[in-house]
Design a protein around this ligand. Structure first.
Ligand SMILES: [Zn+2]
Ligand SMILES: [Zn+2]
Length: 444
């Protein structure tokens, strides 16, 4: 063992040591001096989707403090856009989402949120940064400050986007509808990252293809005919019909979907009736639908429509009283541009060292409305990466029977903010510097 250690030590001396870029240390110093306090404040004061008024004002003020930054507010509701121009070159969009969630924080952190807010749906709830978006906006500001300090190292324009309502997968589309790509320089590249409580603090990971699944929220209203509970034959029971529907929907997954193409249908909400002995006249379902490709997405959404109608007909409902299906919100798959991802994943290895760049593995069917910035024929190349936020000690404790590492959206959620902000901002700075190396032609 002793000999082996000695040999390893020699090897270390013989191989040129990995050297991180000098701005990594500057970003850490920035965090320790000011950005840590900024995160502390954002974490105490989370706000719900499209209600991020305080957060947006603070981010606008922060971006205005960056020399040369032109800041616009209220883009797509509460969105903020900062444009930093630095001569001729490509345009890169850097995006961070800023909304919290209707979750009561039980993380035990000293700056745990006690906030409540009335959401866009009119419901008063506790609010928590249970997805780490507070670390994303602080990381965006850290990146802006660093790029402003390194203006001799890049040429072009960076558009900083502070996006509302990612958790409703509506904020990106709202900003685009409000002229993000027409009132501001349209990007050739769009970049973003997400904190990841399942990832080791200080590491990054990015796909060279699918990064997130599509997500569609579907509302289904199942009409019935009300009656006495003792006389079901005189009515049409919507609870019975909706229950048949819940079961039948899973047939779309198990019997119709190509088994090698992932897909999920989950009925997350089922509401009907008021009393034991009354057959009500309506049931309501709320469904989430996930897929990894647009063909499967379309197949599942069309299948839900067909099965819902069929359940109505099966139960003898007239054609104008069959269940009604409505897709109320949706986002396509988030795909990283393959050549861009290969290029920037190599930049991550150079910047952070090979041991901090983890091969990407899709572990669930989470979704992201970042897709809206890069989808279809927009001709914007996307690169989205995750930044690990949990220290090894927490994984070790969980493995030996201690508390499990909390997932995103859990009341216990926490990530190491310093690790996420400094790693994310270092990686983002490196990516922008690479895409905006001086002397490059404006990308088409
Ligand atoms: Zn989330
Ligand atoms: Zn999130």
């Amino acid at each position: 063992m002793r000999h082996l250690l000695a040999a390893t030590a020699l090897l270390f001396i013989a191989t040129p040591a990995f050297a991180e870029p000098e701005y990594a240390a500057a970003i850490r110093a920035d965090y320790d001096q000011t950005l840590g306090a900024m995160w502390d404040d954002f974490h105490r004061h989370p706000e719900l989707s499209f209600k991020e008024v305080r957060t947006a004002a603070k981010m606008a003020a922060a971006l205005r403090s960056v020399k040369g930054m032109q800041v616009s507010e209220k883009v797509g509701g509460t969105g903020v856009v900062g444009v930093l121009r630095n001569g001729d070159g490509p345009v890169v969009l850097v995006r961070a989402d800023m909304d919290g969630l209707p979750v009561e924080e039980k993380s035990g952190l000293p700056n745990a949120s006690k906030a409540r807010q009335i959401g866009v749906d009119g419901v008063d709830t506790p609010v928590m940064h249970a997805c780490g978006h507070d670390t994303h906006i602080v990381g965006l500001f850290a990146t802006a400050r660093r790029l402003a300090a390194l203006k001799d190292r890049w040429a072009g324009t960076v558009v900083f986007v502070v996006q509302p309502a990612e958790e409703r997968v509506e904020g990106a589309a709202a900003m685009l509808r409000d002229g993000l790509y027409t009132r501001f320089p349209k990007p050739q590249y769009a970049l973003a990252y997400h904190s990841n409580s399942e990832g080791l603090a200080g590491t990054v990971s990015a796909s060279e293809d699918i990064q997130y699944s599509s997500s569609d929220s579907v509302d289904i209203v199942v009409p019935g005919v009300g009656a006495h509970g003792a006389s079901p034959h005189t009515g049409k029971d919507p609870v019975y019909m909706a229950s048949q529907l819940v079961i039948a929907l899973q047939g779309l997954i198990s019997r119709e979907r190509q088994p090698l193409n992932p897909g999920v249908i989950t009925v997350g909400s089922f509401h009907a009736g008021l009393k034991h002995n009354i057959i009500s006249d309506e049931a309501k379902l709320q469904v989430t639908v996930r897929a990894n490709d647009e063909a499967t997405r379309k197949q599942l959404l069309e299948g839900i429509e067909r099965v819902a109608r069929g359940i109505g007909e099966l139960n003898g409902m007239p054609a104008d009283k069959v269940p009604v299906v409505k897709v109320v919100e949706g986002t396509p798959t988030t795909r990283n541009d393959a050549p861009l991802s290969r290029r920037l994943n190599a930049v991550m290895v150079e910047t952070l060292g090979a041991d901090r760049v983890v091969p990407f593995q899709q572990k669930g069917m989470g979704a992201e409305d970042f897709a809206a910035f890069v989808q279809g024929d927009l001709n914007v190349k996307g690169y989205y990466f995750t930044v690990g936020g949990t220290q090894q000690s927490a994984f070790d404790a969980a493995a030996s029977g201690g508390p499990p590492v909390p997932s995103h959206h859990s009341p216990l959620f926490k990530v190491d903010p310093r690790a996420v902000v400094t790693t994310g901002a270092t990686a983002m700075t490196a990516a922008v510097l690479d895409l905006l190396k001086p002397g490059q032609a404006r990308a088409g």
